[in-house]
Design a protein around this ligand. Structure first.
Ligand code: PMP
Length: 445
C-alpha cells in the first residue's frame, strides 16, 4: 500500500505533487474515539473523521440498523411516484428535532455540498414563486466554507477554494467575518466587531440593492475557516437584517447541527431561527454519505400553496432519501439524544479550551486560541507575535507530525490547528490531545 500511495489516486484538497512527495497516512482501522494506521500506531482522533464522527467509530445501534436495512430494502428511488418507510420516519423525527429551530420539512441529499447547493437553489426558487425574479444574488462571510459545488464554491469566503474554478456563479459577495484576531477594522472587541460586520452587511445590501439578493448563507460558528465563534449579538443581528430586507437566511450547519457546539444546533446556540438549514456530516456519523436541508414553515407554505407550477422542484439526487442512509440517520439521531451528546461536548469542550489557553501561556507560536462553544477549537499559529506573521507550512507540519507520534491526530488548515473530536470524548482523551499538542509545540518552538 505504501508503495502505491498517491501514485494511482488524487487526494481531495491536496496538490498531486505534494501527495507524491509526502504520501498521506494510511488509516486502516478505527474504534471508539481512536484510529489506527498501517503501521499499527493508534491515536486519539482529534479531527472526528472530518467533523462528523460525533458518536465515535463503534456505534453498534447504527451498524445494526444499516445491516437490517440492507436485508430489507438496500435502495429504491425517491424521485416522483416512489419513496420508502425509512425516509418518511426520518422526516418525522427531524421535524420534532428541529421544531425549536422553526424547521418542519426535510429535503434529503447525499452530503454537505449537496445540501448547500439545494438550499441555494430553493432560495432562488422561493423568490421566483413570489414573483421576485430579480432576487438571484447571494451574500456570505469571508472565511466561510460551504463545500465544493459551483454554487457552494461561489459563496465560499476563502479565495483559495474559488480562483482555480472561476468564473463561478455571478452575484456572490463576501462580507468581513467577525474574526477578532485579524479584521479590516483593526477591532479586537468582539461586540464592537460584530456591529461593524453587521454594518458591512447593511452597506453591501444597500450597494447591491436589497431586491437583487436571494439569501445570506453563514455558518453559526465558522468551521473550516479556523473555528471563529462570533459575538452572541452577531447571528441575531444577521437574522434581523435579513428579515428587514426580505432576504432568506441559510444556516450552513453541516458541522454544527447535532450537538457539536454544545447545543443541539448552532442556530439555537445563538437563539436564531433560519429560513433554511443545511445539514450532513454527523447526521449519519460517517456511516453513510447523507444530508438534509431543513425548511422553515414560512418557506414551506410558499412552495406548498403555489398554484402556478413554479414550485415544481427540478432538483434531487439519485441518493436523495436513500433507505440505508435514512436508517443510519434514524439510529444516529436516537443515539445522539440518548447520550445527550451536547452536554458532553460542552463539558469536554470547556476542558479542551482551558488546556489550549494554558498552552498559549507556554508557547510563543500560538497567536490565538479559539473555542469555548462545545468541541470545536482551534489554535492559530504565528511566526511572530507582534507582527502576527502567519506560521510557515514546515513548522505547523512539524507540530502536527510530533502530535501524531505523541498520541493525537490533529488537523492543519492554513495557519490553524483544528480540533473537532468525537462528542463522546472522555476527560482522559482531552488530556491525551493536550499532551500530544504540547509535545508538538515544544518540538517546533
Ligand atoms: N458546509 C460546511 C460548513 C462544511 O464544513 C462542509 C464540509 N467540511 C461542507 C459544507 C461540505 O460538505 P461535504 O464535504 O460533505 O460536501
Amino acid at each position: 500500500l505504501k508503495e502505491h500511495n498517491a501514485k494511482s489516486l488524487w487526494h481531495p484538497m491536496a496538490h498531486p505533487a505534494d501527495s507524491l512527495a509526502n504520501p498521506p497516512t494510511i488509516v486502516t482501522g478505527a474504534r471508539g474515539v481512536s484510529i489506527t494506521d498501517v503501521d499499527g500506531h493508534e491515536v486519539v482522533d482529534a479531527v472526528g473523521g472530518l467533523w462528523n464522527v460525533n458518536l465515535g467509530f463503534s456505534c453498534q445501534p447504527v451498524k445494526d440498523a444499516i445491516a437490517a436495512q440492507l436485508d430489507v430494502l438496500p435502495y429504491y428511488s425517491t424521485f416522483r411516484g416512489t419513496t420508502n418507510d425509512q425516509v418518511i420516519q426520518l422526516a418525522e423525527e427531524l421535524k420534532d428535532f428541529f421544531a425549536p429551530d422553526g424547521l418542519s420539512r426535510a429535503f434529503f441529499t447525499s452530503g454537505g455540498s449537496d445540501s448547500v447547493e439545494t438550499a441555494l437553489r430553493l432560495a432562488r426558487q422561493y423568490h421566483k414563486i413570489r414573483g421576485q425574479e430579480g432576487r438571484t444574488k447571494f451574500l456570505s462571510l469571508k472565511k466561510g466554507y460551504h463545500g465544493t459545488h459551483m454554487g457552494g464554491a461561489s459563496v465560499n469566503g476563502n479565495a483559495n477554494f474559488r480562483t482555480q474554478y472561476e468564473p463561478l456563479l455571478p452575484g456572490c459577495h463576501h462580507i468581513p467575518a467577525p474574526y477578532t484576531y485579524r479584521n479590516p477594522f483593526n477591532e479586537s472587541d468582539p461586540e464592537r466587531l460584530a456591529q461593524l460586520c453587521l454594518q458591512a452587511l447593511e452597506d453591501e445590501i444597500a450597494f447591491q440593492g436589497a431586491g437583487t439578493i436571494a439569501a445570506f448563507i453563514m455558518e453559526p460558528i465558522l468551521g473550516a475557516g479556523g473555528v471563529i465563534p462570533p459575538h452572541e449579538s452577531f447571528m441575531p443581528g444577521v437574522r434581523q437584517i435579513c428579515s428587514k430586507h426580505g432576504i432568506l437566511l441559510i444556516a450552513d450547519e453541516v458541522i454544527t447541527a447535532f450537538g457539536r457546539t454544545g447545543s443541539w444546533t448552532g442556530s439555537r446556540h445563538w437563539g436564531v431561527q433560519p429560513d433554511l438549514m443545511c445539514t450532513a456530516k454527523a447526521i449519519t456519523n460517517g456511516y453513510f454519505p447523507f444530508g438534509a436541508v431543513m425548511i422553515a414553515d414560512g418557506v414551506a407554505e410558499v412552495f406548498e400553496s403555489d398554484e402556478s407550477g413554479k414550485a415544481a422542484i427540478g432538483h434531487g439526487y439519485t441518493y436523495s432519501g436513500h433507505p440505508v442512509g435514512a436508517a443510519a440517520a434514524l439510529a444516529c439521531l436516537a443515539e445522539t439524544k440518548r447520550l445527550n451528546v451536547p452536554e458532553n461536548a460542552a463539558a469536554r469542550g470547556a476542558e479542551l479550551h482551558e488546556g489550549l489557553l494554558a498552552l498559549k501561556d507556554k508557547y510563543g507560536l500560538i497567536g490565538d486560541v479559539r473555542g469555548g462553544h462545545g468541541l470545536m477549537c482551534a489554535l492559530e499559529l504565528v511566526g511572530d507575535h507582534v507582527s502576527k506573521t502567519p506560521i510557515d507550512k514546515k513548522t505547523i507540519g512539524m507540530v502536527q507530525e510530533v502530535a501524531y507520534q505523541s498520541g493525537a491526530m490533529v488537523r492543519v488548515s492554513g495557519p490553524n490547528i483544528i480540533l473537532s473530536p468525537p462528542l463522546v470524548l472522555e476527560a482522559a482523551d482531552v488530556s491525551t490531545i493536550l499532551s500530544a499538542l504540547d509535545a508538538g509545540l515544544a518540538a517546533a518552538s
